[in-house]
Design a protein around this ligand. Structure first.
Ligand code: IMP
Ligand code: MG
Length: 175
């Protein structure tokens, strides 16, 4: 199998660990007396999600959703399809959506709308990476690990055509 060509590592494994621990502590504090329900967005957020929930020291439940925006490789089309829905009802629950990266914001704004219809008690977004310079719709994550420039990255769950998710760091892809 051909290997991905990487430009450079932009976030090391150690830095990731520190950031995730920080986010976990913040979320623990904010959700102490809440009914926390964490939704991971497959497949990209699976790695971040599994680390994050172990840094949250308050009871929670998890579920996953799978969304696909049409178009492969490095561009988002803006048309989002739901491939897997939740097993459970989220009405009255304090929902925290966990995403790998917010880019144009189209995926999450679509998701937010479709979750709000189900009447959660609250709905917040936690993303590991944010590329605010690429935003096409107004969307501000409530929790963010690291803000990055407009570069395409892989690793820590993020892929380029399904490759690179297993890398323990975040690296910029060679153009
Ligand atoms: P948005 O709808 O444009 O915000 O796109 C979000 C989705 O695009 C993410 O969940 C990722 O799957 C994908 N994406 C955006 N930027 C990157 C990147 O730099 N590397 C890998 N995937 C990315
Ligand atoms: Mg993806």
């Amino acid at each position: 199998m051909k290997e991905l060509e990487l430009e450079r590592i932009i976030i090391t494994q150690e830095e990731i660990h520190k950031r995730v621990a920080g986010l976990g502590a913040q979320i623990t504090e904010d959700y102490k007396d809440k009914d926390l329900f964490v939704i991971g967005i497959l497949k990209g957020a699976s790695v971040f999600m599994s680390d994050l929930i172990r840094e949250i020291k308050t009871p929670l439940e998890i579920d996953f959703m799978s969304l696909k925006s049409y178009g492969a490789s490095t561009k988002t089309s803006g048309v989002v399809r739901m491939l897997r829905d939740l097993d459970q009802d989220i009405s009255g629950r304090d929902v925290l959506v966990v995403e790998d990266i917010v880019d144009t914001g189209l995926t999450l704004s679509y998701l937010k709308e479709s979750l709000l219809v189900r009447k959660p008690a609250s709905l917040k977004i936690c993303t590991f990476l944010d590329k605010p310079s690429r935003r096409k719709v107004e969307l501000e994550p409530d929790y963010c690990g690291v803000v990055i420039d407009d570069v395409f990255v892989v690793g820590y769950g993020l892929d380029y055509n399904e490759k690179g998710r297993e890398l323990p760091y975040i690296a910029e892809l060679k153009q």
